[in-house]
Write a protein of this length. Structure first.
Length: 100
């Protein structure tokens, strides 16, 4: 079964901001960031249960080469990505993800 991966508005905004940061001329890693995002999204589509639950139904998929995690919930045949979270941010920021 292939799951549909849906990025909620907050996650879309965070992905956009991260891409803009890494795409800066002095960093030049925007395409690499998008490739990592696509790879992780593909893993979620094929096996969203691969990553652990961290709180109730909220799961976290860590990127391999960037300090980001996708926080998501599984809803039937959909994977709803709630946040593309920079791992050095205050973890209390994600407390309200399940309520948003």
């Amino acid at each position: 079964m292939v799951f549909k991966v849906i990025f909620k508005p907050l996650a879309q905004l965070e992905v956009s901001e991260a891409f803009e940061w890494y795409a800066q001329p002095h960093i030049v890693m925007g395409e690499a960031f998008l490739a990592e995002l696509e790879h992780t999204s593909g893993l979620l589509a094929s096996n969203p249960h691969l990553y652990p639950r961290i709180e109730n139904e909220l799961r976290r998929a860590n990127f391999s080469h960037f300090p980001y995690s996708l926080f998501y919930v599984i809803d039937g045949d959909e994977v709803n990505v709630l946040s593309c979270f920079h791992q050095h941010r205050d973890p209390r920021y994600r407390e309200g993800l399940l309520n948003s």
